[in-house]
Write a protein that binds this ligand. Sequence first.
Ligand code: C5P
Length: 223
Amino acid sequence: MIITIDGPVATGKSTVAKKLAARLGFIYFDTGAMYRCLTYALMQRGINLDDRETLLKFLSDFTFDIKQKGSDKQYFVRNEEVTTQIRGQAVTALVSKVAAIPEVRESLVKLQRAWGTKGVNAVFEGRDLGTVVFPHADLKIFLSGNLEIRAQRRLEEWKTKFPKEADHLTLQHMKQEIENRDMKDSTRVVSPLKCAEDAYVVDTSNLSVDQVVDEILARANSL
Ligand code: C5P
């Protein structure tokens, strides 16, 4: 069984997907982390995104690893652990530009589909899982949420994860960053962020993580 969870920034996708997968005994894939790892690797190598030839060569060799550590996942790019770096400001500012490149999507979607082969029980979370990657998923969820509340959540998260970087961040700053990324993700030509016609929409603004998970579980159990 494949469950997809899509939606804009800071609607709780990762937290909900992780908890839902644990409750169901499914595996969980954060596809945003893949785009982030690739962005980090491109930045490290100083690859110019407009130099398509070098980019294609890079893509054909690109590998990354995911390891489970307790209940968390660790991400590696060429043996370097990048779990924290990929969530930082530099990667966050560039990732939507990288994710809009058709060849990038082609190669990462191929990997995602390989993990979602027949018989697997998994929750896949991202932007285009229900529309493009798994259009025949068993259950499609689209999470939405009020911008002000999403910005507040993201600011709290940053303060915990990156206290130094978050020192100068304001709610207004966070709102702008979120709007900017959502705009880029939903207006790109290839696989834009949008709600699949057959997705079940959950507005997470005033719900706890457990309430969202319970709502999705109720849907899954009624299939
Ligand atoms: O989910 P997260 O915020 O970590 O995703 C980072 C970025 O990766 C998104 O803003 C988007 O540009 C890209 N992404 C995507 N398609 C996915 C998952 C993420 O384009 N399936």
